[in-house]
Design a protein around this ligand. Structure first.
Ligand code: ZN
Length: 327
C-alpha cells in the first residue's frame, strides 16, 4: 500500500496513483477512491473500471481520455502477458467493484467499499494477499440489521411528509439507492434533486435504475412542486452542515454510517440522523475476511485510520489469519 492510498500490485495501481502505474483501476467514484486519477489519466496506459463507473466519472467531470478507458463487466478479465485483472461485484454504490489480480506469483485482491456480505458481495477466495477496506473495523461499530433500518427510515419519511417537505442528505450513489428504495416502499411524493444527484440519476437510467417523479432543483417543474410543499429533496451529504433553523415544517434527514446500535436518532427539533450506510459494519467485515480466508490480510489504514490497526490485530488473534495494517 502506498502512503497516498494506492493499492499497488506490480504494474497495477488501484484507487490511487503511483509513478510507473501502467494499469489504473477505479473501484467506484467516491472521492477517497479516485485519488490522483488526473495523474493516471495522463501517465497510465489504461484506466479500468466498470461501465457504470466510467459513465459516472465522466458525469462528475473527471476526465479520462476515451482511448485509455477499459470498461469491464463483472467477472470479466483483462489479461496482459501472465497477469489478469478481474472486477467482481461489490454491493456499495452503482458500478462498485472488488478487484482480483491473478499472476504467476500469486492471486491478490482488494475489496474496495462494500456491504451485504454473502448474499450480495461475494468475497474472493483462494487469495494469497487480500487488501480490505475496514472503515468500521472496531467491535463497537455495530448497526441493527439493514431491513430494520430501512423499515424505520421509510416510516420516518412517511410520517414527516404528513407535516411538510423532507430533505435527505446523502453521498452520490447512496442517494439514488434511497430514491429507488423509497419508491419500492410506496413513497410517492415527488423527488427534487440537486444538480449532481439529478445528473447521476439520469446517467444511471441507461443501466436500468429508473427513478420515477424525479425533478431537477431549479427547473420550472420544481418551482411548482416547491409551492405545493409536498416533496422530498435530495442534497449532498456535505450540505447538512449548512442547515439552519428555516421553516419549522421542513424536516432534515442525514444518512450516515456513523450511527451505531440504533437505527435513528433525533438531533434537533426537525433534524434526524439515520444509520443507513453503504459500508459493512464490524460483524460484516469479519464475515468478509472469514469467508475469503486469504493467506495474508492487509488492512487499508489510509482510509481506515487507527481502526485499521485494531481490526488487523483482531483478525490475527480471533481468525488466526496473518494480518497487518498498511501503510
Ligand atoms: Zn465508497
Amino acid at each position: 500500500m502506498d502512503s497516498g492510498g494506492a493499492i499497488v500490485f506490480g504494474d497495477v495501481c488501484v484507487d490511487g496513483h503511483v509513478d510507473g502505474c501502467v494499469y489504473r483501476v477505479v473501484t467506484h467514484v467516491h472521492h477517497d477512491h479516485i485519488v490522483r486519477l488526473d495523474r493516471s489519466a495522463v501517465e497510465s496506459r489504461y484506466v479500468l473500471a466498470t461501465h457504470i463507473t466510467h459513465e459516472l466519472l465522466e458525469e462528475l467531470g473527471l476526465y479520462v481520455p476515451k482511448r485509455k478507458r477499459i470498461a469491464l463487466g463483472y467477472g470479466d478479465r483483462m489479461c496482459v502477458d501472465d497477469v489478469c485483472i478481474k472486477l467482481d461485484y461489490a454491493h456499495h454504490i452503482p458500478g462498485s467493484s472488488q478487484v482480483v489480480i491473478e499472476s504467476r506469483s500469486g492471486t491478490y485482491a482488494y475489496s474496495g467499499d462494500f456491504k451485504s456480505v454473502g448474499d450480495k458481495t461475494k468475497p474472493p477466495t483462494g487469495v494469497d494477499i487480500l487488501v480490505v477496506d475496514a472503515t468500521y473495523g472496531d467491535p463497537a461499530f455495530k448497526r441493527p440489521p439493514e431491513d430494520v433500518i430501512i423499515g424505520e427510515l421509510v416510516k420516518l419519511v412517511k410520517t414527516l411528509l404528513t407535516k411538510g417537505p423532507v430533505s435527505i442528505y446523502a453521498y452520490y450513489g447512496k442517494a439514488q439507492e434511497v430514491m429507488l428504495m423509497l419508491r419500492e416502499y410506496g413513497v410517492d411524493a415527488p423527488f427534487i434533486a440537486s444538480s449532481k444527484h439529478w445528473r447521476i440519476a439520469r446517467r444511471l437510467e441507461k443501466f436500468g435504475y429508473v427513478i420515477k417523479d424525479l425533478v431537477l432543483d431549479g427547473s420550472r417543474e420544481s418551482h411548482e412542486i416547491l409551492r405545493d410543499g409536498w416533496y422530498i429533496k435530495f442534497e449532498h451529504f456535505s450540505k447538512y452542515r449548512c442547515v439552519r433553523n428555516g421553516s419549522p415544517s421542513q424536516s432534515h434527514i442525514l444518512l450516515t454510517g456513523w450511527l451505531f446500535h440504533t437505527p435513528i436518532r433525533a438531533v434537533g427539533k426537525n433534524k434526524w440522523i439515520v444509520a443507513f450506510s453503504d459500508h459493512a459494519d464490524f460483524e460484516e467485515l469479519i464475515l468478509y475476511v472469514d469467508l475469503s480466508r486469504p493467506r495474508r490480510l492487509i488492512v487499508d489504514s489510509s482510509r481506515g485510520g487507527v481502526v485499521a490497526k485494531r481490526f488487523a490485530e483482531y483478525v490475527d488473534r480471533v481468525l488466526g489469519i496473518h494480518a497487518e495494517a498498511q501503510p
